[in-house]
Ligand binder design. Structure first.
Ligand code: NDP
Length: 293
């Protein structure tokens, strides 16, 4: 049976570390790290995510400010709010909860955020920094996956890693991080041929697809480490249930280590958001200090 990679436990460890570092930060800079969370519209899932992020921020001592805009707000209104937050010296991190309601241009909004405050790591400048190995702010979900992976595989060098999915928020940054850790990386997607055969050669398999339990045991090399990013709500036996992109019951029989859903990547994503907010706050406050002569 595979070793379970416990996301809740890993997340708590990150949270505890961030809480200690937030205290040190406040002592050093005499300011409290501050995260501005922007929620547009009333999507129930987004409301839950935002609530959880704000709750976690409170636990680590990060101040959070929530800005709620109507689903009918204009691009200009949202842009104006971002500009206000960009120039607010008390705000260290800006998070716009995605997806945005139809009619709003996500790319434009992401690009409007000051890259130094972009705690999601989605701004084109941060994306470029990540692919050239110089990132300060790394997208939270892949960052969380890497932390969990390194816990069960401290040396990733030379391992064959396959990432299923090529989204900007998970698949692509995940591949960049694995490459940086000296893995041999393959990214597969909906147009890939022989996907099962490619996956079955992986020492590390990252599933970020959004298809319930698509990855079955015959996709997996015995002894592989599996990180399941997917979160899919399904109906089973008349009950609503959350499952990943991996058929956990079958794959855990042959994998070496595996993340569960729920309780795997999800909690780590929020913990890494707290980590990123502190990282941003440190860089911003350091930049305000006078240069040593
Ligand atoms: P996207 O829909 O943006 O991307 C999905 C990717 O999977 C695409 O690259 C797509 O290929 C690929 N894909 C879709 N169907 C297939 C298929 N049949 N075979 C091979 N590849 C396929 O999703 P995200 O990356 O945003 O999210 C992926 C999953 O992770 C979702 O379940 C989401 O809910 C979850 N998630 C979880 C987070 C967490 O904190 N745990 C955070 C973010 C996401 P193509 O590009 O060709 O269309």
């Amino acid at each position: 049976m595979a070793r379970l990679i416990d996301g809740k436990q890993n997340a708590q460890q990150v949270i505890d570390e961030v809480a200690v570092d937030v205290k040190k930060f406040i002592e050093s800079y005499k300011v409290t790290p501050c995260l501005a969370v922007v929620l547009v519209g009333e999507d129930p899932a987004s409301q839950v995510y935002v609530r959880n992020k704000i709750k976690r921020a409170g636990e680590v001592g990060i101040r959070s400010i929530e800005h709620k805009l109507s689903a009918h707000c204009s691009q200009q209104e949202l842009n104006a709010l971002i500009q206000t937050l960009n120039t607010d010296p008390e705000v260290h991190g800006i998070l716009v909860q995605l997806p945005l309601p139809k009619g709003l241009n996500e790319e434009e909004i992401i690009a409007a955020i000051d890259p130094a405050k972009d705690v999601d790591g989605f701004h084109p400048m941060n994306v470029g920094a990540l692919s050239s190995g110089q990132a300060n702010l790394i997208p939270c979900t892949p960052l969380g996956c890497m932390l969990m992976l390194k816990q069960v595989m401290p040396d990733l060098s030379g391992k064959k890693a396959v990432v299923i999915g090529r989204s900007n928020i998970v698949g692509k940054p995940m591949a960049a991080l694995l490459l940086q850790a000296n893995c041999t990386v393959t990214v597969v997607h909906s147009r890939t041929q022989n996907i099962k055969q490619i996956c079955s050669q992986a020492d590390i398999l990252i599933a970020a697809i959004g298809r319930p339990e698509m990855v079955d045991a015959d996709w997996v090399k015995p002894g592989a480490t599996i990180i399941d990013v997917g979160i899919n709500a399904i109906e089973r036996d008349g009950k609503r249930k959350l499952v990943g992109d991996v058929n956990f019951a079958e794959v855990e029989k042959i994998a070496q280590a595996i993340t569960p859903v729920p309780g795997g990547v999800g909690p780590m994503t929020i913990a890494c958001l707290m980590k990123n907010t502190l990282t941003a706050a440190i860089a911003i406050e350091q930049a305000k200090l006078p240069l040593a002569s």
